[in-house]
Design a protein around this ligand. Structure first.
Ligand SMILES: Nc1nc2c(ncn2[C@@H]2O[C@H](COP(=O)(O)OP(=O)(O)O)[C@@H](O)[C@H]2O)c(=O)[nH]1
Ligand SMILES: [Mg+2]
Ligand SMILES: [Zn+2]
Length: 331
Protein backbone atom coordinates (compact mmCIF):
# COMPACT_ATOMS: atom_id res chain seq x y z
CA UNK A 1 0.00 0.00 0.00
CA UNK A 2 1.28 3.47 -0.87
CA UNK A 3 0.87 6.42 1.53
CA UNK A 4 1.99 9.98 2.07
CA UNK A 5 3.88 10.32 5.33
CA UNK A 6 5.57 13.15 7.23
CA UNK A 7 9.19 12.69 8.30
CA UNK A 8 9.41 13.38 12.03
CA UNK A 9 13.02 12.30 12.70
CA UNK A 10 16.11 11.12 10.87
CA UNK A 11 18.36 8.45 12.41
CA UNK A 12 21.31 7.83 10.08
CA UNK A 13 19.72 5.80 7.27
CA UNK A 14 16.40 5.18 8.98
CA UNK A 15 13.51 7.62 8.99
CA UNK A 16 10.76 8.02 11.56
CA UNK A 17 7.51 8.66 9.72
CA UNK A 18 4.03 9.67 10.66
CA UNK A 19 0.86 8.72 8.79
CA UNK A 20 -2.09 10.27 10.56
CA UNK A 21 -1.47 9.30 14.17
CA UNK A 22 0.49 6.18 13.31
CA UNK A 23 4.28 6.04 13.58
CA UNK A 24 6.33 3.87 11.27
CA UNK A 25 9.90 3.59 10.08
CA UNK A 26 11.25 3.74 6.56
CA UNK A 27 14.39 3.43 4.49
CA UNK A 28 15.21 4.98 1.14
CA UNK A 29 14.57 3.03 -2.03
CA UNK A 30 18.12 2.70 -3.35
CA UNK A 31 17.35 2.90 -7.04
CA UNK A 32 15.26 6.01 -6.53
CA UNK A 33 17.79 7.92 -4.44
CA UNK A 34 21.27 6.70 -5.30
CA UNK A 35 21.42 5.45 -8.85
CA UNK A 36 19.07 7.73 -10.68
CA UNK A 37 21.74 10.08 -12.07
CA UNK A 38 19.60 13.08 -11.25
CA UNK A 39 19.67 15.66 -8.49
CA UNK A 40 17.36 14.03 -5.98
CA UNK A 41 16.06 15.56 -2.77
CA UNK A 42 16.88 13.49 0.29
CA UNK A 43 14.24 13.55 3.00
CA UNK A 44 14.62 15.68 6.09
CA UNK A 45 12.45 16.46 9.09
CA UNK A 46 9.16 18.01 7.99
CA UNK A 47 9.26 16.50 4.51
CA UNK A 48 6.26 14.83 2.98
CA UNK A 49 7.27 11.56 1.35
CA UNK A 50 5.59 8.80 -0.61
CA UNK A 51 6.08 5.44 1.10
CA UNK A 52 5.39 1.86 0.21
CA UNK A 53 4.08 0.13 3.34
CA UNK A 54 5.65 -3.22 4.14
CA UNK A 55 3.60 -5.67 6.11
CA UNK A 56 6.57 -6.52 8.30
CA UNK A 57 9.68 -4.43 8.76
CA UNK A 58 10.57 -0.97 7.49
CA UNK A 59 8.58 0.76 4.80
CA UNK A 60 10.22 1.97 1.59
CA UNK A 61 10.52 5.70 0.88
CA UNK A 62 9.92 6.30 -2.81
CA UNK A 63 10.25 10.05 -3.16
CA UNK A 64 10.19 13.42 -1.46
CA UNK A 65 7.32 15.68 -2.37
CA UNK A 66 7.79 19.30 -3.30
CA UNK A 67 8.67 21.58 -0.38
CA UNK A 68 7.03 24.87 0.48
CA UNK A 69 9.99 25.95 2.61
CA UNK A 70 13.43 24.58 3.49
CA UNK A 71 16.70 25.31 5.29
CA UNK A 72 19.85 24.02 3.63
CA UNK A 73 23.34 23.62 4.93
CA UNK A 74 26.69 22.90 3.37
CA UNK A 75 27.63 19.29 2.88
CA UNK A 76 31.00 18.70 4.55
CA UNK A 77 31.91 16.32 1.72
CA UNK A 78 32.99 18.16 -1.41
CA UNK A 79 30.94 17.39 -4.49
CA UNK A 80 27.96 16.01 -2.59
CA UNK A 81 24.67 17.89 -2.57
CA UNK A 82 23.97 20.27 0.29
CA UNK A 83 21.76 18.92 3.03
CA UNK A 84 18.26 19.97 3.92
CA UNK A 85 17.93 20.65 7.65
CA UNK A 86 14.17 21.11 7.96
CA UNK A 87 11.30 21.52 5.53
CA UNK A 88 7.69 22.61 5.15
CA UNK A 89 7.52 24.92 8.14
CA UNK A 90 5.35 28.04 8.26
CA UNK A 91 7.07 30.15 10.90
CA UNK A 92 10.75 30.43 11.68
CA UNK A 93 11.30 31.25 15.34
CA UNK A 94 14.63 33.04 15.33
CA UNK A 95 15.79 32.32 18.85
CA UNK A 96 18.30 34.54 20.63
CA UNK A 97 18.91 34.79 24.31
CA UNK A 98 18.36 38.10 26.09
CA UNK A 99 21.10 37.62 28.64
CA UNK A 100 24.00 37.09 26.26
CA UNK A 101 25.33 40.00 24.27
CA UNK A 102 22.95 40.71 21.51
CA UNK A 103 24.55 40.55 18.04
CA UNK A 104 22.76 42.60 15.37
CA UNK A 105 24.68 40.98 12.48
CA UNK A 106 23.69 37.54 13.64
CA UNK A 107 20.06 38.60 13.69
CA UNK A 108 20.35 40.02 10.18
CA UNK A 109 21.88 36.79 8.99
CA UNK A 110 19.11 34.69 10.53
CA UNK A 111 16.45 37.03 9.17
CA UNK A 112 17.85 36.76 5.67
CA UNK A 113 17.98 32.99 5.92
CA UNK A 114 14.42 32.91 7.24
CA UNK A 115 13.03 35.07 4.43
CA UNK A 116 14.94 32.97 1.92
CA UNK A 117 13.66 29.69 3.32
CA UNK A 118 10.07 30.47 2.39
CA UNK A 119 8.93 30.71 6.03
CA UNK A 120 7.88 33.78 8.03
CA UNK A 121 10.37 35.01 10.63
CA UNK A 122 9.30 35.58 14.23
CA UNK A 123 11.85 36.71 16.81
CA UNK A 124 11.96 34.90 20.12
CA UNK A 125 14.12 36.50 22.82
CA UNK A 126 14.69 33.82 25.45
CA UNK A 127 15.71 33.70 29.12
CA UNK A 128 13.70 36.82 29.96
CA UNK A 129 13.96 35.82 33.63
CA UNK A 130 17.64 36.80 33.49
CA UNK A 131 17.27 40.24 31.99
CA UNK A 132 15.58 43.10 33.80
CA UNK A 133 16.02 45.85 31.23
CA UNK A 134 15.09 44.55 27.83
CA UNK A 135 14.07 47.89 26.31
CA UNK A 136 17.43 48.51 24.69
CA UNK A 137 17.52 45.11 22.99
CA UNK A 138 13.91 45.47 21.88
CA UNK A 139 14.62 48.87 20.33
CA UNK A 140 17.56 47.42 18.41
CA UNK A 141 15.53 44.44 17.21
CA UNK A 142 12.66 46.63 16.09
CA UNK A 143 14.92 48.87 14.07
CA UNK A 144 16.62 45.90 12.37
CA UNK A 145 13.45 43.96 11.75
CA UNK A 146 10.56 46.35 11.36
CA UNK A 147 7.27 44.54 10.99
CA UNK A 148 8.59 41.27 12.40
CA UNK A 149 6.84 40.04 15.57
CA UNK A 150 9.08 39.94 18.65
CA UNK A 151 8.42 38.09 21.90
CA UNK A 152 10.31 37.83 25.18
CA UNK A 153 9.91 34.42 26.79
CA UNK A 154 11.23 32.41 29.71
CA UNK A 155 11.06 28.65 29.74
CA UNK A 156 11.70 28.76 33.49
CA UNK A 157 8.77 31.00 34.44
CA UNK A 158 6.55 30.57 31.38
CA UNK A 159 6.52 34.33 30.78
CA UNK A 160 5.50 35.30 27.25
CA UNK A 161 4.16 31.90 26.16
CA UNK A 162 0.51 32.95 26.25
CA UNK A 163 1.25 35.51 23.52
CA UNK A 164 2.34 32.67 21.23
CA UNK A 165 -1.02 30.87 21.15
CA UNK A 166 -1.72 32.07 17.61
CA UNK A 167 1.29 30.10 16.33
CA UNK A 168 0.08 26.85 17.85
CA UNK A 169 -2.56 25.69 15.41
CA UNK A 170 -3.37 22.43 13.69
CA UNK A 171 -1.71 22.10 10.31
CA UNK A 172 0.80 24.80 11.27
CA UNK A 173 4.51 24.10 11.73
CA UNK A 174 7.13 26.11 13.61
CA UNK A 175 10.88 25.60 13.23
CA UNK A 176 13.39 26.87 15.79
CA UNK A 177 16.50 28.52 14.44
CA UNK A 178 19.33 29.81 16.61
CA UNK A 179 22.75 29.15 18.10
CA UNK A 180 23.19 26.31 20.50
CA UNK A 181 22.62 27.22 24.14
CA UNK A 182 19.96 29.86 23.55
CA UNK A 183 17.20 27.64 24.91
CA UNK A 184 15.52 26.06 21.88
CA UNK A 185 15.16 22.61 23.39
CA UNK A 186 13.99 24.04 26.73
CA UNK A 187 11.31 25.92 24.78
CA UNK A 188 10.20 22.69 23.08
CA UNK A 189 10.04 20.91 26.42
CA UNK A 190 7.71 23.56 27.86
CA UNK A 191 5.48 23.45 24.79
CA UNK A 192 5.39 19.65 24.88
CA UNK A 193 4.82 19.48 28.62
CA UNK A 194 7.60 16.94 29.15
CA UNK A 195 11.26 16.51 28.46
CA UNK A 196 11.34 15.56 24.80
CA UNK A 197 14.66 17.10 23.91
CA UNK A 198 17.86 16.94 25.86
CA UNK A 199 18.98 20.35 27.08
CA UNK A 200 22.59 21.29 27.40
CA UNK A 201 22.77 21.25 31.19
CA UNK A 202 22.27 17.49 31.14
CA UNK A 203 25.64 15.86 30.65
CA UNK A 204 25.84 13.32 27.83
CA UNK A 205 26.90 10.56 30.22
CA UNK A 206 23.89 11.12 32.51
CA UNK A 207 21.53 11.05 29.62
CA UNK A 208 22.65 7.80 28.07
CA UNK A 209 19.87 5.37 27.45
CA UNK A 210 17.24 7.95 28.23
CA UNK A 211 17.27 9.75 24.92
CA UNK A 212 17.90 8.70 21.40
CA UNK A 213 20.68 10.58 19.68
CA UNK A 214 18.40 12.31 17.20
CA UNK A 215 19.57 15.83 16.79
CA UNK A 216 16.59 17.25 14.99
CA UNK A 217 13.05 16.21 15.43
CA UNK A 218 9.48 17.25 14.82
CA UNK A 219 6.87 17.07 17.56
CA UNK A 220 3.10 17.24 17.59
CA UNK A 221 2.16 19.91 20.12
CA UNK A 222 -0.62 18.85 22.56
CA UNK A 223 -3.94 20.69 22.41
CA UNK A 224 -3.39 22.16 25.86
CA UNK A 225 -0.07 23.48 27.09
CA UNK A 226 0.51 23.64 30.83
CA UNK A 227 3.02 26.36 31.66
CA UNK A 228 5.52 26.21 34.55
CA UNK A 229 3.17 28.34 36.70
CA UNK A 230 0.39 25.77 36.01
CA UNK A 231 -1.64 28.13 33.84
CA UNK A 232 -3.00 26.61 30.64
CA UNK A 233 -2.86 27.93 27.07
CA UNK A 234 -4.13 26.57 23.77
CA UNK A 235 -1.72 24.35 21.84
CA UNK A 236 -1.84 22.45 18.53
CA UNK A 237 0.32 22.17 15.43
CA UNK A 238 3.90 21.00 15.14
CA UNK A 239 7.33 22.20 16.18
CA UNK A 240 10.76 21.27 14.82
CA UNK A 241 13.83 21.50 17.05
CA UNK A 242 17.21 21.75 15.36
CA UNK A 243 20.79 21.85 16.56
CA UNK A 244 22.63 25.16 16.27
CA UNK A 245 22.94 25.74 12.56
CA UNK A 246 26.30 27.37 12.16
CA UNK A 247 26.88 26.13 8.65
CA UNK A 248 23.55 27.29 7.36
CA UNK A 249 24.05 28.50 3.84
CA UNK A 250 22.44 31.26 1.97
CA UNK A 251 20.39 29.66 -0.76
CA UNK A 252 20.23 30.81 -4.33
CA UNK A 253 17.02 32.69 -3.84
CA UNK A 254 17.37 36.43 -3.66
CA UNK A 255 14.12 37.19 -1.83
CA UNK A 256 15.83 37.16 1.54
CA UNK A 257 18.48 39.61 0.48
CA UNK A 258 15.88 41.91 -1.03
CA UNK A 259 13.75 42.01 2.10
CA UNK A 260 16.67 42.60 4.43
CA UNK A 261 18.77 44.98 2.40
CA UNK A 262 16.19 46.99 0.52
CA UNK A 263 17.91 50.21 1.62
CA UNK A 264 21.18 49.18 -0.04
CA UNK A 265 19.54 48.02 -3.24
CA UNK A 266 17.70 51.33 -3.41
CA UNK A 267 20.89 53.33 -2.88
CA UNK A 268 22.62 51.32 -5.60
CA UNK A 269 19.98 52.49 -8.07
CA UNK A 270 21.29 56.02 -7.54
CA UNK A 271 24.91 55.19 -8.42
CA UNK A 272 26.16 56.87 -11.58
CA UNK A 273 27.03 53.55 -13.23
CA UNK A 274 24.42 50.86 -13.37
CA UNK A 275 27.07 48.16 -12.86
CA UNK A 276 28.74 50.03 -9.99
CA UNK A 277 30.56 47.69 -7.58
CA UNK A 278 30.59 50.42 -4.92
CA UNK A 279 34.37 50.37 -4.61
CA UNK A 280 36.27 53.10 -6.42
CA UNK A 281 33.70 54.22 -8.95
CA UNK A 282 32.90 57.94 -9.05
CA UNK A 283 29.36 58.99 -8.28
CA UNK A 284 28.74 56.00 -6.04
CA UNK A 285 25.70 56.58 -3.85
CA UNK A 286 26.53 53.70 -1.53
CA UNK A 287 29.99 55.03 -0.70
CA UNK A 288 28.58 58.47 -0.13
CA UNK A 289 25.93 57.12 2.25
CA UNK A 290 28.62 55.22 4.15
CA UNK A 291 30.64 58.42 4.52
CA UNK A 292 27.74 60.50 5.79
CA UNK A 293 26.66 57.69 8.10
CA UNK A 294 23.28 57.41 6.42
CA UNK A 295 24.20 53.77 5.73
CA UNK A 296 25.44 51.78 8.70
CA UNK A 297 28.93 50.25 8.20
CA UNK A 298 27.98 47.05 10.00
CA UNK A 299 24.80 46.61 7.94
CA UNK A 300 26.85 47.10 4.77
CA UNK A 301 29.44 44.51 5.85
CA UNK A 302 26.76 41.93 6.58
CA UNK A 303 25.33 42.57 3.13
CA UNK A 304 28.72 42.01 1.49
CA UNK A 305 29.42 38.76 3.29
CA UNK A 306 25.96 37.35 2.63
CA UNK A 307 26.28 38.30 -1.02
CA UNK A 308 29.55 36.39 -1.19
CA UNK A 309 27.95 33.33 0.39
CA UNK A 310 25.08 33.48 -2.01
CA UNK A 311 27.42 33.60 -5.00
CA UNK A 312 29.33 30.68 -3.52
CA UNK A 313 26.14 28.63 -3.11
CA UNK A 314 25.18 29.35 -6.69
CA UNK A 315 28.58 28.26 -7.95
CA UNK A 316 28.44 25.02 -5.97
CA UNK A 317 25.02 24.29 -7.36
CA UNK A 318 26.25 24.78 -10.93
CA UNK A 319 29.24 22.50 -10.42
CA UNK A 320 26.92 19.86 -9.02
CA UNK A 321 24.54 20.15 -11.93
CA UNK A 322 27.37 19.75 -14.42
CA UNK A 323 28.58 16.64 -12.57
CA UNK A 324 25.10 15.15 -12.68
CA UNK A 325 24.80 15.89 -16.38
CA UNK A 326 28.11 14.21 -17.06
CA UNK A 327 27.23 11.05 -15.16
CA UNK A 328 23.89 10.89 -16.95
CA UNK A 329 25.53 11.07 -20.36
CA UNK A 330 27.99 8.37 -19.39
CA UNK A 331 25.26 5.86 -18.70
N1 LIG B 1 17.50 31.30 32.98
C1 LIG B 1 17.06 30.59 31.95
N2 LIG B 1 17.81 29.60 31.44
C2 LIG B 1 17.33 28.89 30.39
C3 LIG B 1 16.07 29.17 29.81
N3 LIG B 1 15.87 28.32 28.79
C4 LIG B 1 16.97 27.53 28.74
N4 LIG B 1 17.85 27.86 29.69
C5 LIG B 1 19.16 27.21 29.96
O1 LIG B 1 20.04 27.43 28.86
C6 LIG B 1 20.84 26.28 28.60
C7 LIG B 1 20.68 25.86 27.15
O2 LIG B 1 19.35 25.45 26.92
P1 LIG B 1 18.94 24.48 25.71
O3 LIG B 1 17.46 24.39 25.74
O4 LIG B 1 19.69 23.20 25.76
O5 LIG B 1 19.44 25.33 24.46
P2 LIG B 1 19.55 24.89 22.91
O6 LIG B 1 20.97 24.49 22.68
O7 LIG B 1 19.20 26.12 22.13
O8 LIG B 1 18.60 23.77 22.66
C8 LIG B 1 20.39 25.23 29.59
O9 LIG B 1 21.29 25.24 30.68
C9 LIG B 1 19.00 25.70 30.03
O10 LIG B 1 18.69 25.29 31.33
C10 LIG B 1 15.28 30.25 30.39
O11 LIG B 1 14.17 30.57 29.97
N5 LIG B 1 15.82 30.91 31.46
MG1 LIG C 1 18.97 21.89 21.79
ZN1 LIG D 1 27.95 52.41 -6.22
Amino acid sequence: MENTAIVTAVHRDRYELCVGTEILYGRLKTTAFYNSGETVMFPTVGDRVRVLRNADGDSTILKVMERKSVFMRLNATQGLPDQAVAANFDDVFITMSLNKDFHPSKLERYLTAAWQSGGTPVILLTKSDLKEDREQVLAQVNSLAPGVDVYCVSSYTGEGFSQLEKYFANGHTIVLLGSSGVGKSSFVNVVMGSEQMQTSDIRESDAQGRHTTTYKQMFYIPDRIILPDKSVIKGGGRIIDTPGMRKLIMGEGTDGMESMFEDIEELALQCRFSDCRHQTEPGCAVKKALETGELDQRHWKTYLSLQKEEAYARERQQILMRKMEKSKRRR
